[in-house]
Design a protein around this ligand. Sequence first.
Ligand SMILES: Cc1cc2nc3c(=O)[nH]c(=O)nc-3n(C[C@H](O)[C@H](O)[C@H](O)COP(=O)(O)O)c2cc1C
Length: 194
Amino acid sequence: MNTLLRIDSSLRIKDSYSRRMGDYFVKQWILKHPDGSVIERDTAKKMTPHLTQQTFDAFLNENLYSEDLLLSDKLIDELYKSSEILITCPMYNYGIPSSLKAYFDLVIRTKKTFTYDNGIKGLLSGKKAHLISVMGGIHSLPGGMNPLETHLTSILNHLGITDISYFPLESTASPERISEKTELVETAIFKYLN
Ligand SMILES: Cc1cc2nc3c(=O)[nH]c(=O)nc-3n(C[C@H](O)[C@H](O)[C@H](O)COP(=O)(O)O)c2cc1C
C-alpha cells in the first residue's frame, strides 16, 4: 500500500503558502492513490526537541537511555512505513526552519537510517520525496536550485533517497501576481501526479 508521510514546518498555521500547496499536493495524491494513507508530522505545531549530548550518546550506545530516543525511534518508524515523503518548507533566515532541522537531527542515525562502513550508505532507498519550498524573495540561480532544495537534497541523499521532485515558490513577499504564481506551482504538482 502507498503511504505518504507529510512533514510541514511553517510557523504560520493560517495563510501559509507552503501548507496551502501541501494541502493541494495531498488532495491530488489521494485522488491518485484512493487506497493510500497519509501520516502527518508537523514540526511547527509539535516542536521536535534539539539533539543533545545525552540523546546523541544514546544513538551510539544502546545501553544508554534518553527520552528523546523514543521519539527518534517513532519518527524513524514513520519514515520506514512511508513509500513517499512530502516536505513543505519555508525559508527562514536563509535556511530551513530550525524545527525541521531538529527533526532531521533526530532521524539521521547510524545503523538506523544510514550506515558508515565504506562511505555513507542511506538505508531509505527506494522511497520518493517531494519538496515544496517557499520563500519571500528570490534565492535560486537561473536554472539552479534554491538553498532549501540544496540542503534538503543533501539530507535526503544521505538517507538514500534520490528520487526527488521539486516545487519551489519564490517572492511570496511581493503581492503582485502571487495567486498566479501559486497556481503555476499547483499546475506543476497536478502534472507531476497525473
Ligand atoms: C522568521 C522569518 C525569516 C524569514 N527569512 C527569509 C529569508 O531569509 N529569505 C526569504 O526570501 N524569505 C524569508 N522569510 C519569508 C518567508 O520565507 C515567506 O513569508 C514564506 O512565504 C513563508 O512560508 P509560508 O507562507 O508557508 O509560511 C522569512 C520569514 C520569517 C517569518
